[in-house]
Design a binder for this molecule. Structure first.
Ligand SMILES: *Cc1c(COP(=O)(O)O)cnc(C)c1O
Length: 802
């Protein structure tokens, strides 16, 4: 379309002036962004059509990734890189006096996710397309993504996020592919001409699901897959006694993303969202299959459907419904198809996060789906009975419906051929504990797939300076095959490479310092250690441990101004779910401590505390490359995998972490001499939970350092209002510190002293950093996706265009 920058410039200028009816000098940055975005989308569509045509003609097995969240971030820069035209466009714009970076800043983050789970889905899409794999996403087009966070006097305030205000240039609305989704009503049974018992859903209220297709561009390979996002609209012929109410209720379905990634919200609207997504997705998946094939029994040879956590698990009874009611199949054939088509990923072992729905909500909203789940449950329990006769207790624990609740994880396991955890330790905990009974019953279903991140966004795009240094040093193969990063081993002690890496880090720290100054008005020292904890705010992630440690350092410096520590800049970024009272208190604590510490002339050379507002993908891209230290300090056994830890590692930050989630595999890959590990192990934590023996009060009384900082939560030291942090104080002492913050405190102090000592030896530090980068290729989502493709999905790469 444009082979060089002159072509591009001409096309761009013409398009810009024609679109906005004004001469170039009068156009705004937004005009320019939209013009560029539209041009690139059209450029993409040629390959999009080719890819789809290829899939249709080859009749190749397709994978559909169903997820209630896709945390995409911005797309312009990544699309240009993947198309291989980033430089042409950048140079062309520069000739016109336009900076590409500025146009990229205009784009709103597509923030259709909370955190790790949604970002994983986005990384997977990038890897699927880049590996030429036929895999597509299906999700919800929320009008408002995750809320926008403002900090007002130290408190989090939530504003509705407005990513669609100026439109979304990448999407294509496809109203002719609308699917009608039924809610409410009742089920009637009747006997058909062949004498079979059949069911019909009567008096349903229909809602239209309208798809918006988003291209997913592979890295320099002409592949363009599809992310289909569904939007709810009133159905055309839906009679209703109160039209206004019907319209409002309908549009509410895709209005907001639930701002919580751990607790089940327990809202009817949430269940509506879930069914809305799967009903629309399954309909188009089956329709697409039937345009090429006629035998539904062969569906599993051509289609595999992945369920990201339990939110889309109603896809299982929904496919049953389609096969039974619309294609008139018998139960056994339908169940055979379903259980060979679905696979499921579990993302958590936190018991409060395991989704269940009260039957009294589920049944009236989704009467036909409920009756199918009920039947699945009865047959599943019957099967269990064959294996475990008279073991009532066991069967009750494994049932899909029990005590008036539908257990979504149990339905997912019963209806899937594969169940995986997201890191080795997590998968082991699932097998040994949380899902042990299911593992005993069907061990062949269980497997582990350690998460990954796309190195194309988190290294190539987020840190072009480092990417270029790596390419100059070992060549560019690592971009296609990230395990080539291991070639950097040979340079880990090379002083000129170390110095170049230090230079890159400096540049990235300067950029972040600039943003910090703009946003927070605080000047930070580039030479200080940038010690970063960015992730959702949750008690188990233990931002509190980090804050208490800062309070300890502050006390230490106040006692002894000559205390020898390197200057540190502690950087936080975290959103708290709006209803999560405790998490919001922690945000306030971070701000109260930073207010006092940042203003104290006695320590200002040593400690700065920064809270970066509204943490999201685009901010994350600036933070990871600038970090020296990565804080991954969850209570062992609680973080299923973590993916932030991998982004830091790939950019050369050193991890301070517990033996939890993927930290363990980072340790295995990087080597124990290249990581800072502290704290209880998962086994120790789980032993405490099952056998008791921990008393936080003892640690409080015996360790003077703990005593001081915990008292400072309630003695007005950091807050005028002495009751402000009482809930935190209580969680530590009254509730016996469920997350073992005080238990791990001493070892956390010690490990940070080691960090300090290591930073004083630059040769050692940079060697460790390089070893981390060199071993980070394993954590590319390309590796993860290859494992899913080969071992679960059984889908193949194609290469029609090469
Ligand atoms: C990677 C990422 C996460 C996940 O971080 P964890 O440390 O694994 O919890 C959350 N939010 C954003 C914006 C991310 O990029």
């Amino acid at each position: 379309m444009f082979s060089d920058k002159t072509d591009f410039k001409e096309a761009f200028l013409k398009r810009l002036e024609m679109s906005y009816g004004k001469p170039f000098p009068h156009t705004t940055k937004r005009d320019q962004f939209h013009t560029l975005g539209n041009m690139i989308r059209e450029y993409i569509s040629m390959n999009w059509i080719h890819t789809n045509e290829h899939y249709r003609l080859q009749n190749q097995k397709q994978m559909y990734y169903l997820s209630i969240e896709f945390l995409l971030g911005r797309l312009l820069g990544q699309n240009l890189i993947n198309l291989g035209i980033y430089e042409i466009v950048k140079d062309g714009l520069q000739d016109l006096g336009i900076t590409l970076d500025d146009l990229e800043e205009i784009e709103s983050d597509a923030g259709l996710g909370n955190g790790g789970l949604g970002r994983l889905a986005a990384c997977f899409l990038d890897s699927l397309a880049s590996l030429d794999l036929p895999g597509h996403g299906s999700g919800i087009r929320y009008k408002h993504g995750l809320f926008e966070q403002k900090i007002v006097e130290g408190y989090q305030v939530e504003l509705p996020e407005q990513w669609l205000r100026h439109g979304h240039v990448w999407e294509v609305r496809k109203p002719d592919l609308t699917v009608n989704v039924p809610f409410w009503g009742r089920v009637e049974s009747f006997v058909d001409d062949q004498g079979n018992l059949r069911f019909e859903h009567r008096d349903a209220e229909y809602v239209s699901a309208v798809p918006y297709d988003n291209p997913v561009v592979g890295y320099k390979n002409s592949t363009v897959n599809t992310l289909r996002l569904w939007s709810a609209e009133p159905a055309r012929y839906q009679p209703h006694k109160d039209m206004m109410k019907y319209k409002r209720d309908t549009e509410a379905i895709t209005e907001f993303l639930y701002p919580d990634d751990t607790h089940d919200e327990g809202k009817i609207l949430r269940l509506k969202q879930q069914y809305f997504l799967v009903c629309a997705s399954i309909r188009t998946i089956v329709d697409s299959y039937l345009t090429k094939n006629d035998d539904l029994l062969k569906l599993p040879e051509y289609v595999v459907i992945h369920i990201n956590d339990t939110h889309p698990v109603l896809a299982i009874p929904e496919l049953m419904r389609l096969l039974l009611d619309e294609y008139k199949m018998n139960w056994d054939d339908a169940w055979y198809i379903v259980t060979k088509t679905f696979c499921y990923t579990n993302h958590t072992t936190l018991s409060e996060a395991l989704e269940t729905w009260p039957v009294r909500i589920f049944q009236p909203l989704l009467p036909r789906i409920y009756s199918i789940v009920n039947e699945i449950n009865e047959r599943y329990c019957h099967q269990l009975w064959q294996s475990y006769p008279n073991e009532w207790d066991r069967i009750e624990k494994m049932a899909i419906i029990a005590h008036g609740e539908v257990k979504m994880a149990h339905l997912a396991i019963a209806g899937s051929f594969s169940v995986n955890g997201v890191a080795k330790i997590h998968s082991e905990i699932l097998k040994k504990r949380e899902m042990n009974l299911f593992y005993q019953f069907s061990p062949e279903k269980f497997n582990s797939k350690t998460n990954g991140i796309t190195h194309r966004r988190w290294l190539l795009k987020a840190n072009p300076e480092l990417a270029q240094l790596i390419t100059e040093t070992i060549g560019s193969e690592w971009i296609r095959s990230p395990d080539h990063l291991t070639k950097l081993h040979a340079f880990s002690s090379d002083s000129s490479f170390q110095q170049e890496l230090a230079k890159v880090r400096r540049v990235k720290k300067e950029k972040l310092a600039h943003r910090i100054y703009q946003q927070n008005g605080i000047v930070v020292d580039i030479n200080s250690i940038f010690d970063v904890q960015v992730k959702r705010l949750h008690a188990y992630k233990r931002q509190l441990l980090n804050v208490l440690h800062i309070m300890y350092l502050y006390n230490r410096l106040k006692e002894d101004p000559t205390y020898n520590m390197l200057p540190r800049t502690f950087i936080f970024g975290a959103k708290a779910s709006p209803g999560y009272y405790y998490a919001k208190k922690i945000i306030k604590l971070i701000h109260s401590v930073s207010k006092k510490v940042n203003a104290d002339p006695m320590v200002k050379e040593k400690i700065k505390i920064i809270f970066l507002e509204n943490y999201r993908v685009s901010v994350a891209e600036e933070i990871f490359p600038a970090a020296d230290v990565s804080e991954q300090i969850s209570t062992a056994s609680k973080e299923a995998s973590g993916t932030g830890n991998m982004k830091f590692m790939m950019n050369g930050a050193l991890t301070v972490g517990t033996l939890d989630g993927a930290n363990i595999e980072i340790l295995e890959r990087a080597g124990k001499e290249n990581i800072f590990i502290f704290g209880l192990s998962a086994e120790e934590v789980l032993r405490y939970y099952s056998q008791g023996g921990y008393s936080s009060m003892e640690y409080y009384h015996l360790d003077e350092r703990i005593h001081t900082v915990v008292n400072q939560l309630v003695n007005g030291f950091f807050s005028e209002d002495e009751s402000e942090f009482e809930p935190i104080f209580d969680s530590l002492l009254v509730e016996n510190d469920y997350y073992f913050v005080l238990r791990d405190f001493a070892s956390y102090i010690d490990i940070h002293q080691e960090v300090d000592a290591t930073f004083q030896k630059p040769e050692k530090w940079w060697k460790m950093s390089i070893e981390n980068i060199a071993n980070s290729g394993y954590f590319s989502s390309d590796r993860t996706i290859e494992e899913y493709s080969n071992h679960i999905w059984k889908i193949n790469q194609y290469s029609f265009h090469k």
